[in-house]
Design a protein around this ligand. Structure first.
Ligand code: NZQ
Ligand code: ZN
Length: 389
């Protein structure tokens, strides 16, 4: 196991009715700005619960944070926060709103060109406003991590950043808020956490037995509950399990002391920036192809994944190691398809021209040595995209 340092300061307030707890979780004297998206919180009662909990304590509101939050919108929000002397942000929504709020928190305190925050991956953040979140779409893990992804469509760039100052102070996870999710977003909430786990687990062995078994547990739980949640859209327990899986998939715990890949995500971000696919949709397309192209380097972990997650063992499955690995990749693909996420570029009417465009973007963004061994060069990314056609 590699050395690691781990501290996750986010307090989780989990369960039905927990939005009321923000009344005590936010400091009494705080000047609060409520940040939200396109209005889903007004249609599902979340906004009313927030107002009921905080009463007249909300100083200002900023709405209209887009899915794949836009840099220019977030800069306007940061200006508003400065103007209103805000000292606490409250995000209410999915990953985009929480990611956006992280950027607003940093940008409101940042001197100089705010785009530098993205160019430096957040390493230049020295101060950020404190914030909390109310999660309404479990998928990204943003509610309990310090990372964020910001989109700047004018230059077709979707860039990640992170900083320890960008952990939410608290996050409310009330599964009832997810009952209004459209099927497409529920699908995203199954696929994205699944791939988060894979990016931290399916690399090469370093003897991190607990991290492996936690990762396998989350994958098995997502496989067991995801399809049921789609079939039973009113089931609270299933939503609760999906929500907690999504948080645990990317709050740092399973990534401690292990190599991490993230090449599927980086290639996927370019597909979103260029063609507007949902984040999770890009992952379902890139991951199976990525595993196929890099099955040599990931050989041992792929066999472990086949055996422990899909029960494909030498005893119950005829053929070679490679056959079992391919069977596990086929299972993964079928799982994505079953929960409503197609696995091919052609499902989105994308062909060879898209491959050239993505490679061009990866080069522009210096994504030329991705993966746990930095061996995913542009040539390998091209191979992956070709395998995903
Ligand atoms: O804007 P509103 O009106 O709120 O509607 C949203 C949005 O249109 C809607 N929605 C959210 N909760 C709802 C709801 N509709 C009905 N009922 C509810 N309860 O869903 C739509 C999509 O929301 P969005 O926040 O964009 O989705 P998601 O949570 O999947 O976030 C995706 C973003 O997170 C980034 C992605 O790149 C993408 O930009 N990621 C962030 C990560 C992180 N911070 O660690 C890691 C991830 O890998 C990912 O890259
Ligand atoms: Zn993701």
């Amino acid at each position: 196991m590699k050395n690691f340092s781990y501290q996750n300061p986010t307090r989780i307030l989990f369960g039905d009715g927990q939005i009321a707890a923000i009344a005590t979780a936010i400091p009494t004297e705080a000047r609060i700005m409520l940040v939200y998206g396109g209005g889903s919180i007004k249609n599902n009662g979340v906004y009313d619960q927030i107002i009921a909990a905080l009463g007249d304590r909300i100083v200002s509101e900023f709405s209209g944070v887009e899915a794949n939050p836009e840099y220019t919108t977030l800069c306007k929000a940061a200006d508003q926060a400065k103007q209103d002397n805000i000292d606490f942000l409250l995000a209410a929504g999915g990953g985009s709103v929480i990611d956006g709020t992280k950027f607003i928190a940093a940008a409101a305190c940042f001197e100089g060109d705010r785009w530098d925050i993205l160019l430096k991956g957040g390493r230049n953040i020295e101060q950020a406003l404190p914030f909390g979140s109310i999660l309404t779409l479990p998928a990204t893990g943003s509610e309990m991590n310090s990372g964020s992804v910001v989109n700047r469509s004018e230059i077709k760039a979707k860039m990640p950043f992170g900083n320890p100052l960008c952990y939410p102070q608290f996050s409310v996870l009330d599964p009832t808020t997810t009952l209004t999710l459209p099927t497409r977003q529920l699908t995203n909430g199954i696929v994205d956490p699944f791939v988060h786990v894979i990016e931290q687990y399916l690399t090469y062995p370093v003897g991190a037995d607990l991290q492996d078994r936690l990762a396998e547990g989350i994958l098995q739980s997502i496989i067991a509950t995801g399809p049921k949640a789609l079939a039973q859209p009113d089931n609270y327990e299933l939503r609760a399990n999906i929500m907690w899986c999504a948080t645990m998939a990317l709050n740092g715990l399973i990534g401690n002391g292990v190599p991490q890949d993230w090449s599927t995500h980086m290639i996927g971000h370019e597909l979103t920036a260029l063609y507007g696919l949902d984040h999770a949709q890009t992952l379902a397309v890139v991951l199976p192809a990525n595993l196929r192209v890099r099955k040599q380097a990931k050989h041992e972990k792929l066999l472990q994944y086949a055996e422990r997650v899909w029960n494909i063992t030498a005893a119950n499955h005829e053929g070679t190691d490679d056959d079992r690995i391919e069977a596990a990749i086929v299972k993964t693909e079928q799982f994505f398809i079953d929960v409503g996420a197609p696995t091919r570029l052609q499902n989105y009417n994308l062909g060879d021209e898209a491959i050239a465009a993505v490679i061009n973007q990866l080069e522009r963004h210096k994504m030329v040595a991705l993966g746990e061994s930095r061996d995913v060069t542009l040539a390998v990314s091209r191979e992956i995209l070709t395998a995903a056609l």
